[in-house]
Write a protein that binds this ligand. Structure first.
Ligand SMILES: Cc1ncc(COP(=O)(O)O)c(C=O)c1O
Length: 387
């Protein structure tokens, strides 16, 4: 199988010149994905049903966990996991400030407090050596984020969690294909949450999933993603009508057959997509080795979700790249500099200096299977020229 849909480079007229345009991201949905969705559209059952189940089974098998539960987003997935472990008001959850706000927001949404630990220079992931210092009697869980697709040191995190009786919930939005000591997400934790958002490694536009080996948690999640009611719409549709009960207060975030249909074939070609991004990532590394960037941890497999470098005058460079037709993004300005968190917890500049430094300098360059080698070269030459 090979990656189809290579597109000819597009051009723009900018700075009085014809220039190449390189999109920050392009999805690679193929005919098979679209056909699978059309099949669903030709049935009466658009919401959660057999196609969702088919994807969940295949996804759990790919990850290597017993269970996968499809939901509407990784944000919902994180919140559901926290709710399952009864984490709420008065509780604390340790996490990184250098993530998309969804990570801390999920903790806030259940009424608990996100307790930030600065990141490590080498990886931009949570600095595991600083976790124990912030553990209190209120701490209930550690929520590590595998930033850009590089897994945290899950062995050490698991050890700390075991010593203090804490839950571990992974934010693996960037890390579907990543591995630590040869194991994927969900192996060193209670559960891991992934995202199928529009720019993720496989996508249904919006979507997410929880993977776990915990049977009881799986049953609870299946019920909790549909309000906590005791039978699903599919059960009521396919079997004789039965009244349902609502046994606990859940959420409404079930993955539909339509979303699942888009993911089934992408999952089948996930290794090809991963290999293609790896190749482009390595090309960037070769061409941009002079710039500061997160380092690889030996013994782990990168998911190659984002390629980021750290540059001075980042905002000006972003603007210059856009002027020259190159899409780029920022992952991330840390959560504690956002107005909501700054005001609520009185954070100030210097509280998490490494996350702040990266937040001020980081720039993510285009990285997706349909990107062409000559486009990577063009991005690197343009960047070197600007700098
Ligand atoms: C690290 C991280 N965590 C969580 C999320 C939230 O994912 P979703 O948009 O599926 O809710 C994202 C999304 O971009 C993310 O990058």
């Amino acid at each position: 199988m090979e990656i189809k849909n290579y597109t000819a480079p597009s051009l723009i007229f900018s700075n009085n010149k014809i220039q190449r345009k390189v999109e920050y991201f392009k999805h690679n949905l193929e005919l098979a994905d679209k056909a699978e969705m059309l099949k669903v559209l030709d049935t009466v059952f658009l919401t959660t049903g057999t196609v969702t189940k088919q994807f969940e089974t295949a996804f759990a098998e790919y990850i290597g966990t017993h269970y996968a539960v499809g939901v509407m987003s990784c944000t919902h997935a994180l919140e559901l996991c926290l709710r399952y472990f009864n984490i709420g008001p008065g509780d604390e959850v340790i996490t990184t400030p250098l993530s998309y706000v969804a990570t801390a927001n999920a903790i806030e949404s259940v009424g608990a407090k996100p307790v930030f630990v600065d990141v490590a220079w080498e990886t931009a992931n949570i600095d595991v050596s600083k976790i124990e210092a912030v553990i209190t009697t209120k701490t209930k869980a550690i929520l590590p984020v595998h930033l850009y697709g590089q897994m945290c040191n899950m062995r050490s995190i698991q050890k700390i969690a075991a010593a203090y009786n804490l839950k571990v919930i992974e934010d693996a939005a960037h890390c579907i294909e990543g591995e630590f000591e040869g194991k994927k997400i969900g192996s060193f934790s209670d559960a891991a949450c992934v995202s199928f958002y529009a720019t993720k490694n496989i996508t249904s536009g919006e979507g997410g999933a929880i993977v776990t080996n915990n049977e009881e948690m799986n049953s609870w999640l299946l019920q909790a993603r549909s309000h906590g009611i005791s039978s699903s719409a599919a059960d009521r549709y396919t079997k004789k009508y039965q009244h349902y009960d609502m046994e606990f207060l859940g959420m409404k975030c079930n993955m539909s057959n339509m979303q699942a249909s888009l993911l089934i074939h992408q999952l089948q070609r996930i290794n090809i997509l991963h290999a293609r991004r790896k190749k482009l990532f390595e090309q960037y590394e070769q061409l941009l080795s002079v710039y500061e960037q997160p380092r690889f941890v030996s013994g782990s497999t990168h998911a190659y979700h984002l390629y980021s470098i750290w540059v001075k005058n980042r905002d000006q460079i972003l603007e210059n790249l856009y002027d020259r037709g190159i899409g780029a993004a920022v992952h991330y300005r840390p959560a504690h500099v956002m107005t909501y968190y700054k005001n609520k917890y009185n954070y100030k500049k210097g509280d998490f200096p490494i996350a702040e430094y990266i937040g001020d300098t980081t720039i993510s360059l285009p990285l997706y299977p349909l990107l062409l080698e000559e486009e990577v070269e063009y991005v690197c030459n343009t960047l070197n020229d600007i700098l």
